[in-house]
Design a protein around this ligand. Structure first.
Ligand SMILES: Nc1ncnc2c1ncn2[C@@H]1O[C@H](COP(=O)(O)OP(=O)(O)OP(=O)(O)O)[C@@H](O)[C@H]1O
Ligand SMILES: [Mg+2]
Length: 253
């Protein structure tokens, strides 16, 4: 469903690549958790996957569509929640969802039903007619999630979706992500919350300095590291540990 093959992206020629020969594959019906330290390359990978950024080399296919050659077709099969959702703040939440529905050609009856369904689920109905500028961080995040769900896509891509959500909304979002996969969809999300990744994901990938350093089920990660009792947090810290390199750097200074 998602195929990333030897992808490299540099923002600047004299800096190391933000994403470095990254390959990964996510099957349909899976929840994939993308983990990595700050600056590891998660958002860069995600922006290429949803068709907002072009890689320098390598290929990306989502739902069989190439992210460059079939950019529009690919975007239509993805619901995307960015790390920092940007809105037209003067619009009401309802107007914004109407605008997104126009972009995806959703007919009137369907959009009314979907807006009611998702705004109900995320407890946003009472605020729908208020201007987005009056929304809290969490309310904006929920609006971004609803906007990604409104066109009933086959793939959901979420960049740190739990940020700003209260416990009930985070719980609802996790339920929605699981239901999305149970009905044949595929979820790809980045997170720093290891507990969420450990409990929710079918497979995880860990990226560090632009390169994928581990991927697979939590059980297979434990097996390959020989750490059978470890939590995902412990594995993550061990795999991304830079102490050796830092000491090495210090000794050279
Ligand atoms: N627009 C940009 N212009 C130049 N460099 C960028 C840009 N966006 C990201 N980078 C650089 O690319 C690298 C990867 O950044 P990216 O945002 O993909 O990381 P991330 O894994 O999403 O981090 P975080 O967990 O903090 O969100 C970093 O070194 C960052 O400084
Ligand atoms: Mg990021």
């Amino acid at each position: 469903m998602i195929d990333i093959e030897a992808v490299t992206k540099r923002y600047s020629p004299n800096k190391r690549p933000a994403v470095d020969l990254l390959s990964l594959h996510v099957d349909s019906g899976e929840i994939f958790g993308f983990l990595g330290p700050n600056g590891a390359g998660k958002s860069t990978t995600i922006r290429m996957m949803v068709g907002l950024l072009r890689q320098d080399t390598g290929t990306i296919k989502v739902c069989g569509y190439d992210n460059i050659a079939q950019n529009v077709e690919m975007k239509r099969c993805i619901g995307y929640v960015p790390d920092e959702p940007l809105f037209y703040e003067n619009m009401s939440g309802r107007k914004y969802l109407d605008f997104i529905s126009d972009v995806f050609d959703i007919d009137l009856d369907t959009r009314i039903a979907r807006i009611a369904k998702w705004a109900g689920r995320f407890s946003l109905i009472d605020a729908l007619d208020d201007k987005i500028s009056s929304y809290s961080r969490g309310m904006k995040q929920k609006l971004g999630v609803i906007a990604a769900l409104i066109h009933d896509s086959r793939i959901l891509v979420l960049d740190e979706p739990m940020v700003g959500l209260d416990p009930k909304s985070a719980f609802v979002l996790k339920e929605v992500m699981r239901e999305f996969c149970n009905t044949g969809g595929t979820v790809f999300f980045s997170t720093h919350v290891m507990d969420v990744a450990e409990r929710l994901c079918d497979t995880v990938g860990i990226i560090n300095k632009g390169a994928l350093i581990a991927s697979g089920t939590f059980a297979s990660l434990k097996e390959s590291t020989g750490e059978n009792q470890a939590t995902l947090e412990q594995l993550f810290l061990e795999l991304t540990d830079e102490e050796v390199e830092t000491n090495d750097t210090h000794s050279r200074v």
